[in-house]
Design a binder for this molecule. Structure first.
Ligand SMILES: [Zn+2]
Length: 289
């Protein structure tokens, strides 16, 4: 009888851990932001404490599904909100794969003019799947579960607009939660940052997803002064041809005492907001030399 009880107990423990793995995250009442390790590009998954998923960009081809599978529970097949900051391939192409494997409920885009077959396909998918579409501008904010998306850029509707530098059409926003604020800047560069700063909006945030992969043309001193982050995360590929992140940007972070993480060295960067604090974990325990 004792032996039977022992076997029963062991089976219960195994079952519990299996269920824990399958339902991973469901009992975890914290806000998670995963800056995915997708190479040169951007893809960030925000998983709310209430279980909703926000996907900001999808990186280039062929990496995002593998990375999403690492952080989402096995059963999860829905993306509540997909945000395309701007339609460059290193932010958009992975989203075409996401449409094939996940049920997307809403997309937020600028609708800016850009000629590429991938962008056409992206817009086709939205129409074919009858996904609700929202055009971002700083006058309209969004609410989802326990968070608010405070849109700060573009300052006005950019639907159909032509941009000389598409990076300067990037959606930038703050994610406001009871445990802290995170700023996402897309690939916004100098001219866009200056226009944004002139608008006088509150940009303050504890964590900054650095603009344009840590380029010297983003994260200006004035922008950093307005955001005043304690932590910055840079999404960039190992040995990328643009030499992102640029040393000037890293130096500005260091001078301001901003602790920074970078996906090329640290792998995926996991930010957890809990009890009014940010906790960071990285995929690579040590940065490669
Ligand atoms: Zn980019």
């Amino acid at each position: 009888m004792k032996k039977l009880l022992g076997i029963f107990f062991a089976a219960a423990v195994v079952l519990f851990f299996l269920l824990w793995k399958i339902l991973g995250g469901i009992t975890d009442h914290a806000l998670h932001v995963y800056v995915l390790n997708i190479g040169q590009g951007d893809s960030i998954l925000v998983r709310l404490d209430t279980g909703e998923n926000i996907l900001i960009d999808g990186g280039p081809d062929g990496t995002v599904l593998r990375e999403l599978a690492k952080v989402l529970p096995l059963y999860e097949r829905k993306i509540d909100v997909m945000i395309l900051t701007h339609p460059h391939a290193d932010h958009m192409n992975g989203l075409l794969e996401v449409f094939q494997h996940y049920q997307v409920s809403n997309v937020i885009i600028t609708g800016v003019f850009y000629k590429s077959s991938a962008y056409e396909e992206f817009m086709d998918q939205i129409a074919r799947k009858k996904i609700s579409i929202f055009f971002a501008h700083s006058d309209t904010d969004y609410r989802l579960g326990t968070v608010a998306l405070d849109m700060v850029y573009p300052l006005k509707l950019a639907q159909g607009d032509r941009y000389e530098n598409l990076n300067n059409s990037s959606i930038s926003f703050r994610l406001l939660s009871r445990d802290g604020t995170i700023y996402f800047s897309g690939d916004l560069e100098k001219e866009g940052e200056e226009e944004l700063l002139r608008s006088g909006q509150n940009l303050h945030a504890g964590v900054l997803k650095a603009g344009h992969h840590g380029s010297r043309t983003s994260s200006s001193e004035a922008l950093l002064e307005a955001i005043r982050p304690q932590i910055a995360v840079i999404s960039c590929g190992i040995n990328n041809t643009f030499k992102h992140p640029h040393p000037e940007t890293l130096q500005h972070f260091a001078e301001r005492g901003i602790e920074f993480f970078r996906t090329d060295m640290d792998g995926r960067v996991d930010i957890t907001a809990e009890a009014g604090q940010f906790f960071i974990e990285t995929e690579n325990q040590k940065r490669p030399p």
